[in-house]
Design a protein around this ligand. Sequence first.
Ligand SMILES: NC(=O)C1=CN([C@@H]2O[C@H](COP(=O)(O)OP(=O)(O)OC[C@H]3O[C@@H](n4cnc5c(N)ncnc54)[C@H](O)[C@@H]3O)[C@@H](O)[C@H]2O)C=CC1
Ligand SMILES: O=C(O)CCC(=O)C(=O)O
Length: 524
Amino acid sequence: MFRILVSDAINEEGLAPLRKSEQIEIVQKNVSEAENELHEFDALLVRSATKVTEELLSKMPNLKIIGRAGVGVDNIDVEAATKRGIVVINAPNGNTISAAEHTFAMMAALVRHIPQAHISVKSREWNRSAFVGMELKGKHLGIIGFGRIGSEVAKRARAFGMTVHVYDPFLTKERAEKLGVSIHTLDEVLACADIITVHTPLTKETKGLLGEKNLAKTKKGVYLINCARGGIIDEKALIPFLQNGHVAGVALDVFEQEPPGDHPLLSFDNVIVTPHLGASTVEAQLNVATQVAEEILQFLEGKPVTSSINLPALSKDVYEKIQAFYHLAKKMGMIASQYMNIPVQELSVTYAGTVADLETTYITRSLLAGFLRPRVASTVNEVNAAMIAKERGITYGEKFSDETHGYANCISLTVHGENRTFTIKGTHIPNYGDRIVHFDGFTIDFAPEGHLLYIQHQDRPGMIGKVGNVLGEHQVNIATMQVGRQEAGGRAIMLLSLDKPIDDAVMQKLTEIEDIDTVKRLEV
Ligand SMILES: NC(=O)C1=CN([C@@H]2O[C@H](COP(=O)(O)OP(=O)(O)OC[C@H]3O[C@@H](n4cnc5c(N)ncnc54)[C@H](O)[C@@H]3O)[C@@H](O)[C@H]2O)C=CC1
Ligand SMILES: O=C(O)CCC(=O)C(=O)O
């Protein structure tokens, strides 16, 4: 008999798959009401209200699976759950349509001033001339982030007669063509769009993406929408653009702080807002509850789950054999993804030496998860990496070879982009650690750890000193440095590991050094 604690308001119809099983008892109580029986539960089913903290997990020693009836798992300490071997699952597609429809509702409300007109009529006014709007037909819609929700918004925009312009650095030409949209640079989208809507995850790259500099590149009279995550549009930077009329109006479903309290943006008549309602429909809530209930049932019956967002349940024995390569492969994937920050169609992994005899499927999935991690909104791991790669049109394959380059084992990854191919090779040396031994045509030897800095330059005397000076002037300590070159006086590279990440100003200074061609930050 399995006991499931349902601690938030989950759609009752969605629980049907679990109720049908005679092996399952459902208890509907919040965590404090269930305080004395927490240790008995095998599964926990939540929405966003229950905070699944390390402390709560420590009181649930029998817990095997946590189901989030929704997409975002911000309320779950996934790392703590993973450490405890608890599988965390969610419902990645269940609210896509609702979020896309909400975005569209916000767009229509924004350009036709519906919330403002509603308040006016309710105040017993009849002021038709104050609310003259704009048609959507014939307008240019800029979509930043073209994943599940962005692509659904595009379909609806086309039905309204809008022209859609997409910016998504990870979108391949093939997928864009399939979805009937054209890919543009961010600057092109900013310059041509009458309305801009953002649908990216909140990452280091997208935080403040629409900040002062990029807002200044938008058309005068532009409308902006954020139904993704607070902070993608910089709230503070937006204020002067609303004050001087450059931005005609803004629709926000999400905020940097939720609830936003007495935020200055709320005083603008042309800023319309909803309290994070993107997924709040009967259908989305039924979808996400059903999806998660079915997955929990599968899991408790000992079958594999398809939407787990943390580690797969590997046997201890297999895990012990593969874990060193599992971590090396993940780091190689992360480095390759950041280095090749362009659309990619194919990853090809080759195993040689001792690693070739192990369960390479798990290692490849780990590499794939590392590769996708800098590119997708939801948490990606070995369980869901293959599914996400397929969704993004990225294929991957494994090969085996005898070529170990003199090491006991060697993993080689070749990434095929639109006009470019990149190869990285790594090895794991017991009692020494992971080493990258080949990088984009160069033989090299560095540990894939922490804040890495890649510099490609011409092989000239004094280059190391010049780089060292810039970093020193900015109080950045170099932990290790490796250099490689193809021939004296030719193309050369440096790979440095730094004690702290460097900011854009330091990157700019490094780029300005004569004979330096490329500078890239690589975080592992
Ligand atoms: N308001 C609400 O209630 C809801 C909000 N969301 C949020 O909506 C957002 C999008 O969700 P999905 O479409 O499901 O995610 P997704 O992972 O399917 O799509 C995200 C897209 O953003 C792109 N991207 C990543 N970094 C980028 C960058 N620097 N510049 C431009 N594009 C970039 C990715 O390539 C990907 O195509 C997420 O932030 C999610 O949390 C999701 C559901 C409901
Ligand atoms: O569950 C909700 O209502 C929030 C949905 C959301 O923002 C997400 O899934 O990322």
